[in-house]
Design a protein around this ligand. Structure first.
Ligand SMILES: NC(=O)c1ccc[n+]([C@@H]2O[C@H](COP(=O)([O-])OP(=O)(O)OC[C@H]3O[C@@H](n4cnc5c(N)ncnc54)[C@H](OP(=O)(O)O)[C@@H]3O)[C@@H](O)[C@H]2O)c1
Length: 299
């Protein structure tokens, strides 16, 4: 087995690396040596020729694409670059995976939705992204499905955090220590995702017959931790666990304008991934606790 993981320096890429290197139960014909992790130095997704060149000499059984242009606000200015990485590169990866007869796992986002639904989103709900990042990620999903109608899988996730990189949890911890009071948005609803949990799920999926059997129709799956919250509640729990005495005041999206619009409510149903791959999903509070315990040890 040769399994390629892109985005090795990102939150999810690093979480997969950590699990692969520490979990002895990767199992079923796999061992840590099966995995090859690459960053933009080895495989630059902003360059069509870099992608072509890399795969000329490298063949894989499974490609897990964790790399993406993820700067939601900056994407409003850098729409061409975001489109290249989140759309055109995904299309190219799908074409290469198809030629190599490799399986492809691609990560997408809740931001493909406009957030106007009052019900949790299911995989077949009509996307309608309201910012450049969401539009480029949706274009990537669509291109992948067209080029690779079989043998691929798209996981839509949301509000990803981890011990690594920049994320809401780490930003709150930093600001909470610097300030006595913070204002955090309370009218955007969603579900946090601990990257280590998503990494575990991806590794479970690649062991599963349902994924390994050739000729499976390409599918979309939603995945996040369980629980539905707003950013304000998320911040309060972070401070509670970290024992940081910082007052968190609720504010509305309108009071906190950003270059990119954010969807109001992107809660997603996860029944499909649970049923098909027989996975258990932990609650956001217990996963946050796990991450914060690790962050504390790093201090
Ligand atoms: N973060 C979230 O809240 C969130 C929410 C929903 C969905 N997602 C999706 O989940 C997936 C994983 O996200 P994440 O949080 O792990 O993202 P991340 O921490 O921002 O990591 C993304 C990685 O992509 C790499 N990358 C960017 N441009 C590249 C290029 N031109 N060539 C090669 N690599 C490039 C980055 O490399 P450098 O380290 O060199 O910059 C980085 O390591 C992505 O598909 C994202 O769209 C994330």
């Amino acid at each position: 087995m040769r399994i390629l993981v892109t985005g090795k320096n990102g939150q999810l890429g690093r979480s997969i690396q950590k699990t692969v290197n520490t979990d002895t139960k990767i199992g079923n014909n796999q061992n840590p040596n099966d995995f090859i992790f690459v960053g933009r130095e080895e495989l630059d997704l902003s360059s069509e020729s870099s992608i072509g060149h890399y795969f000329k000499n490298n063949k894989f059984d499974i490609i897990i694409n964790c790399a993406a242009y993820t700067q939601v606000d900056k994407a409003e200015q850098e729409d061409e670059l975001a489109n290249q990485i989140n759309h055109l590169a995904v299309k190219q990866l799908a074409s290469i995976a198809s030629n190599q007869r490799a399986r492809l796992i691609h990560i997408s986002t809740d931001y493909v939705f406009d957030g106007e639904s009052d019900k949790p989103y299911i995989e077949t709900d009509t996307p309608n992204p309201i910012n450049v990042y969401g539009r480029t990620k949706l274009a990537g999903e669509k291109a992948l499905q067209k080029v690779m109608p079989l043998n691929a899988l798209i996981i839509r996730t949301s509000w990803v955090y981890s011990e690594y990189g920049n994320n809401f949890v780490k930003t709150m911890l930093k600001l909470g220590k610097e300030r006595d009071e913070l204002s955090v948005i309370n009218d955007q609803m969603g579900s946090p995702t601990y990257a280590a949990d998503l990494a575990d799920v991806i590794l479970e999926i690649i062991r599963h017959n349902k994924f390994r059997d050739e000729g499976q129709t390409t599918q979309i799956y939603n995945y996040s931790n369980e629980g539905e919250i707003c950013w304000h509640e998320f911040a309060k729990e972070i401070f509670k666990l970290a024992e940081i005495d910082c007052k968190v005041s609720p504010i509305t999206t309108q009071q906190y304008p950003t270059p990119a619009k954010r969807p109001r409510n992107t809660i997603m149903k996860k029944d499909k991934i649970v049923k098909v791959f027989n996975i258990k999903i932990s609650n956001w509070k217990s996963s946050l606790n796990t991450c914060m315990t690790l962050l504390k040890k790093q201090q």
